[in-house]
Design a protein around this ligand. Structure first.
Ligand SMILES: NC(=O)c1ccc[n+]([C@@H]2O[C@H](COP(=O)([O-])OP(=O)(O)OC[C@H]3O[C@@H](n4cnc5c(N)ncnc54)[C@H](OP(=O)(O)O)[C@@H]3O)[C@@H](O)[C@H]2O)c1
Length: 335
């Protein structure tokens, strides 16, 4: 066990954004490490996710601790063990955990998921990690699509949406997916989706009507804002909505604003099921049992959107994600 590393570089929130996140809101800082840590970890990939912007909101998100000025930033991380003081982990093991965004992380080994030998470590940041879990909870457990459903999945070239849409496809549903850029829609076509729409297009409502003339029976909502309002217009009577996220609203002062046409949901008898994954962690093992075979047998398409540059790239990568730049699950590659 090396005890020679005593400081490292980490990231902190330097200012609370009131509108769009800017690079100067996130700064590097010197971090002291414990003298005799149980484990030293070298992060290989740090996940950047839309919820990180909600942690910077002044109120309203009680399922995760909010970041204040000076808070150290953290995120889901794939890391390699570079030194170990105990039998549970050995040098060279890969682990996944919610870790501080640092060049080197000291850990007591708690709350770390070991990546099983022979598995693809990168899968544990996406289909076998939190985004896969979100898709599975929202679609498989709550949405429960059948072959009779017309399922709408917005932002389906993104992390959660891409997995959720494929889960609905596996159930034989008529799956309608959306993406805001041509290359993302080409990727979705390539993955076998027939109805690929552009939720950013002015004629999105007409596109939806053509794809589901009798209405959407299950909407997996990722975007919020205008896309959500349009989806509500297109809902079938007795339909259901799994409310996963409202990413287009996270950089506004009213990130949880309801769509103006919310009252239509009563008229159409649509059930709405909002959820956050921390409430479902008891299903983690069931999720792994379901998802691992799909990943191993390559029955699920997934893509990491890797941004190089280490900690310096976290702010631009997150800013880009919040603008919709990513195709697949965005992660920052550590040197
Ligand atoms: N409920 C939970 O526990 C939970 C857990 C994880 C994530 N989520 C939610 O799931 C949703 C997807 O998250 P993700 O991690 O998979 O992200 P993501 O889909 O990989 O990235 C976000 C995507 O949203 C789309 N988007 C549409 N309108 C946008 C706008 N105005 N501004 C920015 N982006 C816009 C962009 O795709 P286009 O280019 O196609 O527009 C962008 O690529 C988010 O709402 C997130 O908060 C919920």
């Amino acid at each position: 066990m090396t005890a020679s590393i005593v400081t490292t570089i980490g990231l902190k929130l330097a200012h609370l954004p009131t509108g769009k996140l800017r690079p100067e809101h996130i700064q590097k800082t010197l971090i002291s490490l414990p003298k005799t840590p149980r484990l030293l970890l070298k992060p290989r990939y740090i996940s950047v996710d839309p919820y990180m912007r909600t942690r910077m909101q002044p109120a309203g998100y009680d399922y995760i601790e909010r970041w204040a000025v000076g808070s150290p930033l953290s995120g889901w991380t794939l890391a390699e063990v570079i030194a170990s003081n105990g039998p549970s982990f050995k040098r060279g093991d890969f682990v996944v955990g919610h870790l501080p965004m640092q060049e080197i992380v000291a850990s007591d080994g708690q709350q770390l998921t070991p990546v099983p030998e022979g598995s693809d470590p990168e899968a544990y940041l996406h289909p076998l990690g939190m985004t896969g879990f979100t898709a599975w909870v929202g679609m498989q457990r709550l949405g429960q699509p059948t072959a009779q459903d017309s399922v709408l999945v917005s932002a389906a070239a993104g992390a959660v949406g891409s997995i959720a849409a494929q889960l609905a496809q596996h159930q034989g549903a008529n799956v309608i997916v959306t993406a805001g850029r041509a290359d993302k829609r080409a990727w979705l076509h390539d993955k076998g989706f027939k109805s690929v729409l552009n939720h950013r297009s002015p004629d999105y409502i007409e596109q939806l009507h053509d794809a589901a003339p009798f209405g959407i029976t299950l909407n997996f909502e990722n975007i919020g804002g205008r896309a959500f309002t349009t989806a509500i217009e297109s809902m079938a009577t007795n339909g259901r909505i799994v409310l996963c996220g409202l990413v287009s609203q996270y950089q506004t002062r009213n990130p949880r604003k309801s769509p103006d046409n919310f009252a239509q949901l009563r008229q159409k008898n649509v059930a709405v099921h909002p959820f956050v994954v921390p409430d479902y962690l008891r299903y983690w093992d069931a999720f792994q049992q379901f998802m691992q075979p799909l990943v191993v047998q390559k029955r699920l398409a997934w893509k990491l959107d890797k941004i190089s540059g280490g900690l310096d790239s976290v702010a631009p990568a997150l800013i880009g994600l919040l603008n919709g730049d990513n195709l697949g699950k965005r992660v920052v590659e550590m040197p």
